[in-house]
Ligand binder design. Structure first.
Ligand code: ATP
Ligand code: MG
Length: 475
């Protein structure tokens, strides 16, 4: 069946302008369509309208002349952990099949059929979901929506939180789904999907369609538009002109770690026997999903229960409060970080001087001025992320801990943030950043730590661009 809207207008409460001004889009049965556009242009909103979530489950004022919404839809979200109702794989699958009134006798066979479609093979599918990798969880989420036999499958950045391995697995899985399955896809990591889709719909930042054509045409004729609006396209990193600054020589050590272990209950999640970290270093922390990267940052921040020592400027950290005075922290999930009810207040919260001026300048620079009165939860994924980074950077701390600060960001904001971090770094700020993006490691890091199974398995200086790295020396 076809799915689509004619002359759609959406007006979020509190928003000053319409999102979509008479947007018309129709998708034919079996088509694979990629929606591409800058952060906040309305991609997620449109997916929710096309799947009927808006307004049925999420009441948002909208006007539409005509709409064709399929009866049965499957929706895969970013966060693998937020999509399951049951603790075990077989129970999760059975839960969906029960809703379809499938008789018990057929269930076992069907569960295996759908798990097979996504390449998940268990001797016995009574496996705890919590023990699966993030990539496997995301494939399970896809198996569970496929078991709904959906007319249309909607995917909203299904790999945003996954490591490169998981990302590859999930896209390979999606590519093997039946040819006649209609799919509407939102994905910033275009390299993985561009060859798979039949059609790309390109949006500008106000949600107006700039182009709607096959991928070759879009990439051949609309690259300048993608560049103008800061949308990812293949090869963009090669064109990115970064302003790397000179290394700081004889850098002072700012943090030392000894015998650090971070626990959840009695279980040790991560350990780091020793580390000396210097002014002006940009340490990138990589490793597969579940390796312990976030746990390491949370241990340094004293959020987890820890043993061992973290010293900053010669002072031992014993509590979150002490850690926060010395270390600025950006959580992996931006929502954990928000403490006020508006974008403006969120930024103003940790400031004492020249507040209005500084906040307004930042909002303008990061294109959030129109959203200053909105609740932080009402922002798009990319906008939330920008805000969480912004709030962390307004303190006077000299060390920044960032947990995947660029996931779900469009190209424009990614490069803007990275250049901002580089500028801070060149002034002596120290950056410790978890990321899955090998381009960031190659271009910006001065040092890379690889974490595997809760331990640091590699610590190396990185040769940034053409610059020679001067090894940091204690003085
Ligand atoms: N509940 C809400 N209330 C008010 N405004 C909202 C709400 N949800 C989204 N918006 C606004 O609607 C616009 C479109 O948001 P949407 O989440 O659809 O963008 P997106 O294209 O998916 O962005 P991203 O790439 O960052 O995920 C944004 O400007 C956002 O701030
Ligand atoms: Mg979105």
């Amino acid at each position: 069946m076809r799915v689509g809207v004619t002359n759609l207008r959406v007006k979020y409460a509190g928003a000053s302008e319409l999102l979509f001004n008479d947007l018309t889009l129709h998708i034919e049965k079996g088509e694979k369509v990629l929606l591409l556009g800058p952060s906040g242009c309305g991609k997620s909103t449109l997916l929710q309208v096309l799947s009927g979530l808006i307004p049925a489950a999420v009441p948002v004022p909208m006007k539409v002349e005509e709409k064709m919404i399929p009866e049965s839809t499957g929706y895969v979200f970013q966060d693998p952990d937020a999509q399951f109702c049951m603790p075990y794989v077989d129970e999760e699958m059975a839960f969906v099949l029960e809703n379809r009134a499938i008789p018990r006798s057929e269930m076992k066979g069907l569960i295996n059929t759908y798990l097979d479609k996504v390449g998940l093979h268990f001797d016995d599918p009574h496996v705890e979901i919590a023990t699966l990798s993030q990539g496997m969880k995301q494939r399970l989420a896809i198996a569970s929506v496929l078991s709904l036999e959906p007319d249309v499958l909607y995917l909203d950045e299904p790999t945003a939180l996954l490591d490169p391995e998981g990302t590859k697995d999930v896209w390979e899985t999606i590519k093997k789904i039946d040819d006649d399955q209609t799919m509407v896809i939102v994905e910033h990591k275009v390299d993985h999907v561009i060859d798979f889709v039949d059609r790309v719909v390109l949006f500008d930042d106000s949600g107006t369609i700039l182009a709607d054509s096959d991928p070759e045409t879009i990439l051949s004729f609309y690259k300048h538009k993608m560049k103008e609006f800061g949308i990812w396209y293949p090869g963009i990193w090669k064109e990115h002109e970064h302003g790397l600054k000179r290394e700081t020589k004889n850098a002072l050590s700012v943090m030392t770690i000894e015998d650090l272990k971070g626990f959840k209950g009695k279980k040790c999640l991560v350990e780091l026997p020793e580390a000396v970290i210097h002014e002006g270093e940009w340490i990138v922390i990589t490793g597969e999903n579940g390796a312990g990267k976030s746990s390491l940052l949370l241990s340094i921040m004293q959020v987890l229960k820890t043993t061992g020592d973290v010293h900053v400027d010669g002072k031992a950290l014993h509590s979150i409060k002490e850690a926060r005075e010395k270390l600025a922290f950006v959580f992996q999930n931006p929502e954990f970080q928000f403490v006020t009810n508006s974008v403006y207040d969120e930024l103003a919260y940790s400031m004492s001087e020249d507040v209005q001026n500084r906040v307004t300048t930042w909002l303008q620079n990061y294109e959030l001025l129109n959203h200053q009165h909105q609740h932080p939860y009402q922002l798009s994924t990319g906008q939330k992320r920008k805000l969480s980074v912004g709030t962390a950077l307004f303190g006077n701390q000299r060390i920044l801990l960032l947990d995947e600060p660029t996931f779900g960001q469009d190209a424009k904001n990614t490069f803007k943030l990275l250049e901002y971090f580089e500028d801070l770094r060149s002034k002596g700020i120290t950056i410790m950043m978890v990321t899955h993006d090998p381009n960031i490691v190659e271009t910006y890091a001065t040092r890379e730590w690889i974490i595997s199974k809760g331990r640091r398995v590699s610590d190396r200086n990185v040769n940034r661009g053409e610059e020679a790295v001067v090894h940091a020396v204690d003085s």
